[in-house]
Design a protein around this ligand. Structure first.
Ligand code: MN
Length: 130
């Protein structure tokens, strides 16, 4: 058993894959053969992921603030604390903060062949504005 004590290092998200300020605190990156990963992610107002997909899907659970999530070709959805979002494998989407509100969500996903995400192009300001 490993107990990871509070106070683990905060990681700024790679700006190649995000717009705006985003930071992450790992919850679990389980060693093989486990493949679950969970991370607490904070988005500053206006910040969001690039478009992306997850090979085995993803669950988002919102813990504070107010944000947005959107599937390719769909309407932008408002997400709030207590909401849980399931994104099926391969579904192109983005998630992030509201224009004037930060959001914090837990992201839970499984890796396939060591990979849990496939990054695509940035979400433009026009797409983010809906
Ligand atoms: Mn995602």
């Amino acid at each position: 058993m490993d107990i990871h004590k509070n106070g683990r290092k905060t990681i700024f998200a790679n700006p190649d894959y995000f717009t705006g300020k985003v930071w992450q605190e790992p919850i679990v990156t389980a060693p093989e053969p486990a493949r679950v990963r969970a991370v607490n992610v904070t988005f500053a107002p206006g910040a969001r992921t690039n478009w992306h997909t997850h090979p085995l899907g993803q669950t988002l659970h919102v813990t504070s603030g107010e944000g947005r999530a959107c599937v390719w070709g769909g309407e932008i959805q408002v997400i709030r604390p207590g909401d849980t979002v399931w994104i099926p494998p391969g579904e192109k989407h983005w998630h992030g903060a509201g224009p004037e509100t930060a959001i914090v969500h837990v992201a839970i996903h499984e890796a396939l062949d060591g990979k849990h995400i496939d990054w695509l192009e940035p979400v433009t300001d026009e797409q983010y504005a809906g």
